[in-house]
Design a binder for this molecule. Sequence first.
Ligand code: PMP
Length: 436
Amino acid sequence: MNLYAERTAMLGTESAFKMGGDIARCEERGMSVIRLNLGEPDFSTAEAINEVAVTEIRRGNSHYTDPQGIPALRECIAEQIARTRGIPADPGRVVVTPGAKAIVAYSVLAYVNSGDEVIYPSPCYPIYESWITFVGARPVPLHLRESQGFRFTASELERLITSRTKLIIINSPSNPTGGVLTGDDLSAMARVIGEQAPAQCRILSDEIYEHIIFDGREHRSVSSCPGMAERTVLLSGHSKSYAMTGWRLGYALLPSRDEALLFRQFNINIFSCVPPFIQEAGREAIENTANLTVVAGMVREFQERRDLVVEGLNRIRGIHCVKPEGAFYVFPNIEGVCENLSVIAAHDALPRELRPLTSPAGLFQMFLLYCHGVATMDRRSFGVIGCEGQHFLRLSTAAGIPDLKEGLVRIERAAADRSGFEAFVREGKNLYLGAP
Ligand code: PMP
């Protein structure tokens, strides 16, 4: 008899959370590490938001509350969504969760049977693939191409839709590419979904980076397209927009009250409710329009950093980097570096059991960390299925300008350090995250 249930083998992970141990190991050796791996804003939560939470705790607002979310928060979420997407939204269809991640899990658990098909972008937030495989569904990656600015076309989506398609996940602005879908992209996609997808197929629109968008563009949601609000689970949350990752606060607008009640039931079964003082702070974040100025300042800073990093990366031999239009990541193509340093050949030459634990970009990622002190994420951390032959890194711009500049200097040095890379691989230690 095995200790663990069979299904546990099907659960994926988010490698970003694994990286801490490797960074600590480097620092114990006396290295300074530039952290460009983080998926969270490096800004602090606004003081007015903190103040509300503290006051609420002092007021004794620390008891169980409505498992669906406190009405005051659900009301302002519904109002914000209705206003910004131009769709009807009522608080009875809003569910509040401890972080938006739970909405991904609930959407898969609620709608998808084993054997059903789920279309999702790749590269993507890795939690999509994790839950799809966990429930025994068939993952159908929709590959985002660099040449298209990591957007996809309606006809690419159309080719993947079948009578078994139960859920279509989209994410704009995107983690990890920073790609943003335009209003035209979304309209064309909505037409294809309306014509081709089975009536019971839902869309999960992950809009967690809705506020972090550059060059004066506006966020667009598929739910605004004709016929889509009725079939879209709209996911968003406070983590990125208000620099509140550790508070754990996310939410969804569901197509019907019935579906909201099912999501509420998941809440009841797993954690009962999100702490009420956190929800009050979340209400303050949305309701107090002064916060929009704070958000705008953060976005301006992210845009400045993006410009610096994209320009710097494109000056490095072997690297090509598309300019992202949103989120706080850049996703450079490092194929040239992999060729120059013979990284692909080094990966091919690894012992058979090691090869699936990493990738050429993964080897360069580890070399960059252990020999040059820069923490980044590799392509394979963002959807494993069908990622072979794609040589990319994700760099976060959630770091100050001096760190970003130093990071670029180190990456340039690493990209030309052929003998260093050979020695790293020869030594054979730390070739993948969390290696013993
Ligand atoms: N979706 C995407 C695309 C994300 O990048 C993240 C967080 N990295 C989430 C959802 C989940 O956010 P939260 O921290 O609120 O759970």
